[in-house]
Design a protein around this ligand. Sequence first.
Ligand SMILES: Nc1ncnc2c1ncn2[C@@H]1O[C@H](COP(=O)(O)OP(=O)(O)OP(=O)(O)O)[C@@H](O)[C@H]1O
Length: 422
Amino acid sequence: MSPGTSSNGTAGTTSGAPGTSGAATGEAAGTASTAGPGARGLSVRGLAVTYGGRTATGAVSGLDLDVAPGEVVALLGPSGCGKSSLLRAVAGLEDLAAGEVRWDGEDVVGLPVHRRGFGLMFQDGQLFEHRDVAGNVAYGLRRLPRGQRAQRVEEMLALVGLSGLGRRRVATLSGGQAQRVALARSLAPSPRLLLLDEPLSSLDRALRDQLAADLRSILRAQGTTALYVTHDQDEAMTVADRVGVMGSGRLLRLDTPERLWAHPGSDEVARFLGFGPFLAAGAGGGSCLALAPGALRAQESGETLRVSPGTGSGQVGAGESAATGKAGEQTGAPGLRTQPPVRLVGATLGSRVRRGRWEVEVLLGPGQVVTLGADRFVTTGRERVAVVARAASQPGEPVIALLDLTRTALLPRYAGGGEPAS
Ligand SMILES: Nc1ncnc2c1ncn2[C@@H]1O[C@H](COP(=O)(O)OP(=O)(O)OP(=O)(O)O)[C@@H](O)[C@H]1O
């Protein structure tokens, strides 16, 4: 396969001279985009990708997505949900079964990969072994005069932190260095859109964290518009202005990292993000309160309280005597959620207002329910804190824990994975 003419995903598929990028350097949109087909940047409408001809299965189904100029959008989702198929369809590497892909309002579906002006960077940077580092970075700059080309290569190497390595053979680079070179090569021609498919997933955790932070700074500094596919939530939240969660070929939710965590919208998205357990919230409404990791903590050192993410049931332990418990009724939670950050001190899996007073249920094990009453409220800083008295120690020492409602999300309904704990 010759570079730049195939699906090898290299920056050789980009076009356009440096400094003439179609991507503006404006502020990235921080909230849900309202862009439409005529808007600037990337607009995807009703996109469908199917594989397998007559026995086709839909990898992507009727998906809409906008990426504003200068914005970085990351797509998360479980394996096989269609992230790469979407990215490849935008790049022109997959045929569309239906839908539109536009850049600045112009339909690009009919354009071959190398005419779209999009850059590509894949998991394995697929550097050209026969070229040195500088030769790789210069690959998409063939139209530039030699002097400008060398200058641009130097700029790009400095940008990715590899100044002075231009003459190195790529075979001698570490994995992280190789991906930096791949990034420099992708960015060198100033693509109007950069498409990244799991660019860091071959690297170890520490390196991935470092490079994700660097990537964000680099993309920001360049004002690069980017669509970034990853299965790593931390990476997505680090790199992107907005994060989308896909499931079964559809875009389930797209928002800023903060808003995504505060309002996952559905238990499918919440579960993917790591929320759990899901507690019934409100009588008969079908809504539930999803607990983010760390929502429940022990109040005092020596006490532990563990909740298995996504299981729909909690595991509660006091000291060494861990016991399994189901979640209690959460009738009070929706009201609480609407207040300014409220933290229940001593709360566990369920709470309610009874005769004007908060009560919190602690389940130590099957049939072992302890009700704790909130004696009083105090204000610490900006938080209202309900101080819950320790209940009588029967049948064992109750767990005194904190339910941090700022680490919970109220979901309008609970759709899957069994009933929410109640
Ligand atoms: N070339 C292909 N031929 C047939 N089916 C394919 C092909 N590529 C992908 N698929 C199928 O399409 C669906 C979506 O795959 P895709 O690679 O887009 O998902 P993904 O979310 O990127 O997954 P992963 O995170 O594992 O890379 C999957 O069911 C996959 O098996």
